[in-house]
Design a protein around this ligand. Structure first.
Ligand SMILES: *Cc1c(COP(=O)(O)O)cnc(C)c1O
Length: 349
């Protein structure tokens, strides 16, 4: 069976975690701090605040921007529910917007048209590892939260995603680009924001009292974050190599391959192809041949929220014809060839 995704874990990760376990100092400590500094320096921002998940990072990012009940937050329809949940946690109103048909990323023009006096933030996810054209959000006059859960390491003209918005978040969930099992981080150049988040993630022994959270990362997780980060270049290289292989072997088939935009370097967290034929049938046929494919997004947000379909034509088309095929560093050359061969076979029937 060829799985849809798999973490990239080696002996170095195992040894590092074991070392922290044996030290007896498990909770948030010096290793978390080192991991924060390392990620921030890699991305090219002043600092980071590690937390327990990407969702927690989004939640605290919204609070740090003073987003409250009655405020509006814009986000794309074609994304997982994590950003929607975070908006709901603070009681703000989600304003869902359509996406760019080429990349599946939030459409800047659609987002701009939804800005009102109540708009307090825009969540901009770099979907599937492909960078959003961040310069198109520059003059919006609304704080931008970059969601880099799928895109750490992607660049725009050499500059890392996560360094363009007012704040950025990462996720280190098991199947993300690099992992700590569960985990997340808020990145920013704004030290006041980072201090606020470091205060809010840890509830104990603080005054004056206010509602705080237990969103801390442990040193056990952070040490693996550090060993994973050391492998990130290799992970990205391998992902790009596999994408390149698919680009060449799938060319000429009746499918649309992932976009290429000069200066916008994807890390191919997902390799999403768009079919002309029915995707459910295609996915079933792939599974019969022991290859697991997935919907790139489980269900669009406008659908989940029962919004009128009007204005979401690009999201609807992606839901209807986009399929994510296996791509991860552990996918062997043999497996890649197998995936490409089976796709060719099915699509030329
Ligand atoms: C995974 C993901 C998140 C949430 O991260 P968790 O660590 O699972 O909470 C948020 N946004 C996007 C785009 C994601 O892919």
């Amino acid at each position: 069976m060829i799985y849809h995704s798999k973490p990239f874990i080696d002996q170095e990760d195992a040894r590092a975690v074991s070392f922290v376990v044996q030290s007896g100092r498990l909770a948030q400590g010096a290793v978390v701090k080192e991991f924060e500094d390392s990620v921030a320096s890699y991305v090219g921002v002043k600092g980071g605040a590690a937390v327990s998940s990407g969702t927690a990072a989004l939640h605290l990012a919204l609070i740090s921007l003073d987003v409250q009940a009655g405020d509006e937050v814009i986000l794309p329809s074609y994304v997982c529910v994590a950003p929607l949940n975070a908006i709901n946690y603070v009681g703000a109103t989600p304003v869902v917007c359509d996406v760019d048909p080429l990349t599946g990323n939030i459409d800047p023009d659609a987002a701009r048209s939804l800005i009102t006096e109540k708009t307090k933030a825009i969540i901009v996810p770099h979907m599937f590892g492909h960078p959003v054209q961040m310069e198109r959000f520059r003059d919006f006059g609304v704080p931008i939260i970059e969601d880099c859960a799928q895109a750490i390491g992607a660049t725009i003209n050499g500059k890392h995603v996560g360094s363009f918005g007012d704040v950025a978040i990462c996720s280190f969930y098991a199947t993300k680009v690099i992992t700590t099992g569960e985990g997340g981080m808020v990145l920013s150049d704004n030290e006041a924001i980072l201090e606020k988040i470091k205060d809010l993630r840890d509830y104990d022994e603080k005054s004056p009292y206010k509602t705080r959270y237990n969103y801390k990362m442990t040193d056990m997780q952070a040490t693996m974050g550090l060993t994973q980060l050391r492998k990130l270049l290799k992970i990205i290289d391998t992902r790009r190599l596999i994408a390149d292989f698919y680009d060449h072997t799938l060319a000429g088939l009746p499918v649309t391959l992932p976009p290429k935009q000069v200066g916008y370097e994807s890390i191919y967290f997902r390799y999403v192809i768009r079919l002309e034929s029915a995707i459910e049938e295609f996915m079933k046929e792939m599974e019969k041949r022991e290859i697991i494919c997935r919907h790139p997004v489980y269900k669009s947000l406008h659908q989940l929220l029962n919004l009128n379909h009007e204005g979401f034509s690009q999201t609807e088309q992606l839901c209807a014809n986009a399929v994510s095929i296996p791509i991860y560093p552990m996918l062997s050359s043999q497996d890649r060839e197998q995936v490409a061969d089976v796709i060719k076979d099915i699509l030329s029937e």
